[in-house]
Write a new protein. Structure first.
Length: 259
């Protein structure tokens, strides 16, 4: 017989299809393009509405796939959330590669801007692209909410990136302590994420500015670099005090003894 029996279909189904009592999905409905559609739909909806506001049913409807197929590929919702960041992990590798290409010389004024450009440029390019727009928004929106899902992603993907950049900044700013540099990194990250996510600039600029405009990337770099230099300034060189003059000793002319 050419038709598969129900038992054969059950054995060939992914274990993820049995999560939370989900019905078995026939492999005929499982195709790579549908898996990608689910991933993109989840990315878009999480970015627009937030992780906890989105249901698996909404993701399936957005992707145009059967509800059970989401579980077949990804299992529960938190695993789908994690899969989005795994899919985009190459962008973190790109930022680390750009950092590794920077010659870090604390005496070279160009070092700090180059580190910050390596940190910001790939993300800004991603935000400006059609394929990466929702992922960049998702990063800006979700990762700084105190949720278990976000913390797992931060620890697995973004903490190693942060450590690498903090270490590089510490070499570039050797007069500061590492804890001070870590604060500087957090402030720089805040400026970057706000730029990615903010739409208020259009109203505040009276329509002259566009949200997440990649053309302002040099301004953002200069802003962050200026902030780091102002917050962590090099100590002023101690001016050499003039040597104290020794008091002149008056020569005493001995009196001639009286005859």
């Amino acid at each position: 017989m050419n038709a598969r029996t129900p038992t054969a279909r059950k054995r060939s189904a992914s274990p993820a299809s049995r999560v939370a009592g989900a019905p078995i999905v026939a492999p005929e409905t499982a195709r790579p393009d549908r898996r990608q559609a689910i991933l993109l739909a989840a990315e878009k909806l999480f970015a627009q509405h937030g992780y906890h506001a989105v249901t698996i049913r909404q993701i399936a409807e957005e992707a145009g796939v059967p509800l059970a197929l989401v579980g077949y590929y990804f299992g529960p919702k938190h695993e789908l959330f994690h899969a989005i960041f795994e899919h985009w992990s190459h962008t973190i590798e790109e930022r680390l590669a750009r950092l590794a290409a920077v010659t870090i010389d604390p005496d070279d004024a160009r070092t700090l801007p180059r580190i910050i450009e390596a940190f910001t440029a790939p993300v800004l390019a991603l935000r400006a692209s059609t394929e990466g727009e929702y992922y960049a928004l998702l990063v800006a929106r979700e990762l700084y909410h105190a949720t278990e899902e976000a913390d797992r992603v931060l620890r697995g993907y973004f903490d190693p990136l942060a450590e690498a950049y903090i270490n590089a900044l510490h070499v570039a700013l050797p007069h500061a302590t590492r804890s001070q540099v870590a604060w500087g990194y957090q402030f720089a990250l805040g400026a970057l994420l706000h730029h990615l996510n903010d739409s208020r600039i259009e109203r505040l600029s009276r329509g002259e500015n566009t949200r997440a405009d990649p053309a302002v990337a040099p301004m953002l770099v200069n802003f962050i670099v200026g902030g780091l230099r102002a917050a962590l300034p090099k100590p002023k060189a101690m001016s050499k005090a003039p040597a104290a003059k020794s008091p002149r000793t008056k020569k005493t002319i001995p009196r001639r003894p009286q005859p």
